[in-house]
Design a protein around this ligand. Structure first.
Ligand code: ATP
Ligand code: MG
Length: 753
């Protein structure tokens, strides 16, 4: 029965079979952490553990699917009944059952990032607040981080430190927006992505009976990529697995050196806390890398050595040396694209690599376009993960908004989207009136429409709209998701609206609507829930719940053979025979936004480490000496990370290795210290924080003298880009490497004259 355990080394074997009590595996990339979790589940099943009592939390739904497939190979059909998925998908499933316990409707809507931003935007507009000072994106991130730190609006307002912080950042009204945002989501019966965690946490916190039920249900809890869980996720884990101080069966695996979500609140502290919180913890260290060849493992070890704050690990491989890492230095980004595709062609013809064994990774999604163009020209199938995803396209969102309104009439963001599309003569002014009424009487927008809509100028149209929607709603009782969606698409005239547009764009919109309907049909055709294997709920509400959680990295991919394109963030946990890591330039990777502190550079380096350790056998690192960014041609220096790799591991392509050798002066290398460019010379005059008052970024212009807390005094030489993308070139005379390009949106600069 347990023959499959032979595929494990002794430490892995131990980690797999130690099923009682808390277990932690901290180990480097490719050492088999995910494999340990997979085998552990198979092992539990072979010991007679019920699949539904196993909870396995993965980073993406794709990872969960792959895990189930692998478990399926060793444990058979039982695998599909294991609760494996992301924190968001699994907990939203439970919330659907328990939502009413904490005051939400059972058919609550999930607001995606766009919905949240749109809601924040309308609050700011209604309150006539300064849009520049309160950008929707920034406010959303702030709300998200408050939620992830368990700060309710009330707690936020009472928190003197937060309030002082907001005052200093010139957003003293933030807490009011936060309060209103939370109130409106509630009124709309909606949860945003953070709520799926926060409300689940509340459920466990406030309803001991329910907490007990799930503690008893999930006898074995497992977490992959533990280094990237945030405070709230960790809080949930503790609620599920610690009771009266006695830890239950939990196994967390991760790698602190691959922690890349500090900006979302993931901290190394979770790993350290885990050791403290879970008494009797058994820790396992895996040191053998099974994924990559020697050159790649050596390069990775060398680079990560530059980060000081990490749990030291040795990683070795008994694979061959393999091929050296190749560097491509291109004149510009177009040439970078061409040469990457040339290399892909070569791998295909000479080494017979299938497309799906190759991936192009970049730091920012915007870099994908050039590679797409070249891939298309060569007829190489590819798939983009992230970026403008299918579910973000207008027509797809339109139909989904209709369906959301049908399921939950309180869903205000969806209602606003469909009320006058296709056009039915219900104008903005009528809708503003309705919104005011809803606010004044504390009723939902829908109720305001029902109550006062018929009396407005657009009365007739509103009555028709309400009748139509009520008609749809009645059908939810009898029709499954697909039949209902088809009906809605036709009756609302949405389908005709797009079908009557014969431009190329119109045709593709119609195709997208069709593709969405196909997807819904597929959903209704299978009988089992994807992650839990339970009998499927084929209702529209259940479908909507499913797609709301599809992250960009998870989109349904046709099982054809394609090259993958994705950001480094999205590549975590994956592996490919060949990796092309592109855009290795200072200011791009490491990102210009990380130039202000060592911690940020370290995070970029971890990201670089994640990227290169995805490669099994072939690794290309490429950079362009010039490229257009923010509407201007820029000349770039190669990324510092290139210089951190030992030249022994690099193949000399066109004198690059000598260049890099020359660049890495011994001085810059001492004790693993970063290059001087990130160190600020000691001579910067100390600035008293008490008198430092950052000026609004939109006031900063060329010719001004400014102060920066770390870099001291500087002169603004040039400002380019517009609005949120304004970038200043500033000469700070007191530091080494005095010329800095600074994104004004994030900079704290004080105008001196
Ligand atoms: P990451 O940190 O990148 O997520 P990981 O530690 O989760 O990496 P896995 O993805 O589990 O590593 O394993 C890397 C590769 O090595 C996989 O292809 C896996 O099947 C293989 N592998 C792991 N352990 C063994 C083993 N004992 N024998 C053979 N192959 C192994
Ligand atoms: Mg893994």
């Amino acid at each position: 029965m347990t023959d499959f355990l032979k595929g494990l080394n002794p430490v892995q074997h131990q980690a797999v079979t130690t099923i009682a009590g808390p277990v932690l595996v901290i180990a480097g990339p490719g050492s088999g952490k995910t494999r340990v979790l997979t085998f552990r589940i198979a092992y539990l099943l072979s010991q007679g553990v019920k699949p539904s009592s196993i909870l396995a939390l993965t980073f993406t739904n794709k990872a969960a699917r792959e895990m189930k497939e692998r478990i399926g190979h060793v444990a058979g059909s039982n695998a599909s009944r294991v609760w494996a998925g992301t924190f968001h998908s699994l907990f939203s499933r439970i919330l659907r059952i328990e939502a009413e316990e904490i005051g939400y409707p059972a058919d609550f809507t999930i607001y995606d990032t766009e919905d949240s931003k749109s809601l924040i935007g309308s609050i700011i507009k209604e309150w006539n607040m300064d849009k520049e000072a309160y950008p929707t994106n920034g406010i959303r991130n702030r709300i998200s981080s408050a939620k992830s730190n368990l700060l309710t609006p009330k707690a936020y307002e009472m928190n003197a430190e937060q309030m002082a912080n907001d005052a200093a950042s010139r957003i003293p009204q933030f807490y009011k927006i936060y309060t209103e945002y939370v109130a409106r989501c509630r009124k709309a019966g909606a949860m945003d992505f953070d709520d799926l965690l926060l409300q689940f946490f509340r459920l466990l916190q406030e309803k001991p009976e329910i907490a007990k039920k799930y503690r008893e249900r999930f006898q074995y809890v497992m977490v992959d990529e533990f280094q990237d869980t945030n405070f709230l996720q960790y809080g949930i884990l503790k609620k599920l697995t610690l009771y009266n101080g006695s830890p239950r069966n939990i196994c967390a695996v991760g790698d602190d050196a691959q922690s890349i979500y500090a900006f979302r609140g993931a901290t190394i502290d979770n790993i350290l806390d885990f050791e403290k919180d879970f008494a009797g913890l058994q820790t396992f260290k895996l040191e053998q890398n099974y994924r990559s060849t020697k050159h790649i493992v050596e390069a990775a070890n060398k680079v990560i050595g530059y980060n000081k704050r990490q749990i030291r690990k040795t990683i070795w491989t008994d694979q061959d040396e393999g091929q050296k890492i190749k560097i491509i230095k291109a004149i510009n980004d177009t040439e970078e694209g061409r040469r990457v595709i040339d290399a892909i062609m070569e791998l295909k013809t000479r080494d017979h690599l299938p497309n799906h064994e190759m991936a192009i990774l970049y730091r920012t999604n915007a870099q994908s376009r050039i590679f797409e163009e070249h891939l298309r020209r060569h007829n190489i199938p590819y798939k983009i993960f992230g970026g403008q995803s299918f579910y973000q396209r207008k027509e797809v969102k339109d139909l989904i908004a209709y369906l959301r309104t049908v399921v939950n009439y309180r869903d205000e963001e969806a209602l606003k989207r469909v009320i006058n599309f296709p056009k039915r003569g219900i104008g903005n002014s009528t809708m503003s009136q309705m919104a005011e009424l809803a606010a004044a009487e504390s009723i939902t927008l829908w109720d305001a429409l029902v109550k006062a809509g018929p009396l407005t100028r657009s009365g007739k149209s509103i009555v028709k709209f309400i009748e139509m929607m009520n008609g749809f709603r009645e059908k939810t009782e009898t029709l499954n998701a697909y039949d209902l969606a088809l009906w809605v698409a036709k009756e609302s005239r949405l389908y005709d609206e797009y079908a009557s547009d014969h431009t190329i764009e119109g045709i593709s919109r119609k195709e997208n609507i069709q593709a969405l309907l196909d997807g819904i049909q597929e959903f209704t055709e299978s009988d089992e829930e994807e992650y839990t294997g339970e009998v499927k709920d084929k209702s529209l509400a259940s479908y909507l719940q499913n797609i709301a959680l599809l992250t960009d990295a998870d989109e349904g991919v046709d099982e054809t053979d394609f090259v993958s394109l994705m950001s480094v963030h999205a590549a975590k946990g994956l592996e490919f025979l060949a990796i092309f890591l592109v855009g290795l330039e200072e200011q791009l990777f490491p990102s210009f936004m990380s130039m202000n502190s060592q911690d940020e550079i370290d995070e970029e380096r971890r990201l670089f480490y994640v990227a290169i350790t995805r490669a099994k056998a072939h690794l290309w690192l490429t950079f362009a000496q010039s490229r257009y960014r923010y509407g201007q041609m820029r000349y770039n220096e190669p990324s510092r990370f290139l210089e951190e790799i030992d030249t022994d591991n690099l193949e000399d392509t066109g004198g690059m290795v000598q260049e890099l050798e020359a660049a890495s002066t011994p001085k810059a290398r001492v004790g693993g210290a970063p290059r001087p460019s990130v160190q600020v010379a000691a001579s910067v005059r100390a600035i008293d924080p008490a008198t430092f008052r950052p000026s609004p970024s939109n006031e900063i212009e060329a010719g001004m003298k400014v102060l920066h807390m770390k870099f001291g005094e500087g002169e603004v030489m040039m400002v380019d880009g517009a609005r949120d993308n304004r970038v200043a070139t500033i000469f700070f005379k007191e530091i080494d490497n005095p010329e800095r390009r600074i994104m004004l949106k994030f900079a704290k600069l004080m105008i001196v004259e």
